[in-house]
Design a protein around this ligand. Structure first.
Ligand SMILES: [Zn+2]
Length: 408
């Protein structure tokens, strides 16, 4: 399984300048790959693998390419071809796409070391050291341990628009290293849970917990204020640039809070239950509706599910995605579908009389579908009759975060 860990980096002034210089050389390599791809007919052009052949010639012709690590240079060539194939697959999905552009310095702010040329050292404390070939040592805030069983495949160094540096490790864990999961037979409604990714509550569990979303009101209103200020500044001016960085910083703070919270929530779920069932989100629909609020929510859920799957592997918990269609409409007790506009918060079944909270009903359906998905059928005692609380108690985000240590 592949995933990544990201850390704040604190390069010295001298290293930061060299990093910028290296990234700019990589940018030129990227642009040159693009140039060759579009302008030159040759056997060794057309895939990253073939294009790597050309790097020896490049280094003769342009000595500047000798200054950076050669594996990293290969990786930049690959980056161009990856972008190209991403573009193609978006196009195949019917999304309007442009051409791959030449990258200006502002659009190209990272580079990746692949396979070699890096070493992570001094990982026992809060700070660790990343050594990069041709660059030197960089201190990073090591707030999250990389598990011993994980292999570091890649290291990406990035300068954010805020001016801050980040290092991201591409990790791989051999699946055979994971803990054994429980026997499927041992799963029951008491150790399994269906969760509804709600709109009002963050998640709603089939055993009656509603875990509220983080309160980010203050951050969002600050963001709106600063964005308004930005809109009044003249584009390209010094003050505009300063304000733009301010806005970027708030956005990043929000993102960090969200991911941090998602880490805590997913760890809680995989520790509490042996099986967690969630709705399968429609990713293709997500890509098409770019930019709207619903889409942003979907992106957050997607990230949540990815994390959940990763934690499930680490803790030996089943994570199963189930068909999302109709989970709200369907009655968890008798399966009859009833239309429900968004503002109707109650489920009240005209066919069997079953009544409960709208999201609770959905989470029960998800639980049910999860069992079916695993080939277990529905457990004998229907939670609708037994385990279902008539009114849900709310678990505050704070409580979830505070019960137990959520280090991961
Ligand atoms: Zn019913």
């Amino acid at each position: 399984m592949k995933y990544s860990h990201r850390y704040f980096a604190l390069p010295t002034q001298e290293i930061a300048e060299r990093l910028e210089n290296h990234i700019d050389i990589h940018r030129q390599a990227y642009n040159y790959t693009r140039y060759e791809y579009t302008h030159i007919e040759a056997e060794n052009i057309g895939s990253a693998y073939k294009h790597h052949d050309r790097l020896t010639d490049w280094k003769h012709e342009f000595p500047v390419f000798r200054e950076v690590h050669s594996k990293a240079l290969q990786r930049t060539v690959k980056r161009f071809y990856q972008n190209l194939s991403n573009l193609k697959s978006r196009k195949e999905k019917g999304i309007q796409v442009g051409k791959l552009n030449w990258k200006s310095p502002r659009e190209f702010q990272s580079m990746t070391y692949s396979q070699s040329g890096f070493e992570l050292k001094n990982t026992s404390g809060r700070n660790a050291t990343l050594w990069l070939s041709k660059l030197g040592n960089i201190q990073i805030r090591y707030h999250r341990k990389i598990p011993d069983m994980a292999l570091i495949k890649e290291v990406t160094v990035k300068k954010e628009t805020t001016g801050d540096w980040f290092v991201s490790f591409g990790l791989e864990i051999d699946d055979s290293e994971f803990p054994e999961k429980q026997d499927l037979d041992s799963l029951s409604t008491s150790n399994s849970v269906g969760i509804d990714l709600g709109i009002l509550n963050y998640i709603h569990t089939s055993d009656g917990k509603a875990v509220g979303w983080l309160n980010l009101e203050n951050e969002y209103s600050r963001l709106r204020r600063e964005q308004q200020k930005l809109s009044r500044k003249r584009k390209g001016s010094y003050n505009y640039e300063k304000q733009r960085q301010k806005v970027a910083k708030i956005k990043r703070k929000i993102r960090r809070k969200v991911i941090d919270y998602q880490h805590k929530l997913t760890t809680w779920l995989v520790r509490e239950y042996d099986a967690v069932f969630v709705e399968d989100l429609d990713v293709s629909g997500m890509l098409q509706s770019d930019g709207n609020a619903k889409n942003k929510q979907d992106v957050a859920w997607r990230q949540f599910i990815t994390l959940l799957e990763y934690k499930g592997e680490l803790y030996g918990t089943y994570i199963v995605q189930v068909e999302a269609r109709g989970t709200t409409k369907e009655c968890a007790s008798c399966s009859v579908e009833t239309k429900k506009p968004l503002w109707v918060r109650e489920h009240s079944c005209p066919a069997c009389g079953f009544q409960c909270d709208r999201d609770a009903n959905a989470s029960l359906n998800i639980l049910q579908r999860g069992f079916t998905e695993l080939g277990l059928g529905w457990p004998e005692s229907t939670p609708v009759e037994t385990a279902l609380p008539t009114d849900t108690h709310s678990v505050s985000a704070k409580r979830v975060v505070e019960t137990g240590s959520f280090k991961c």
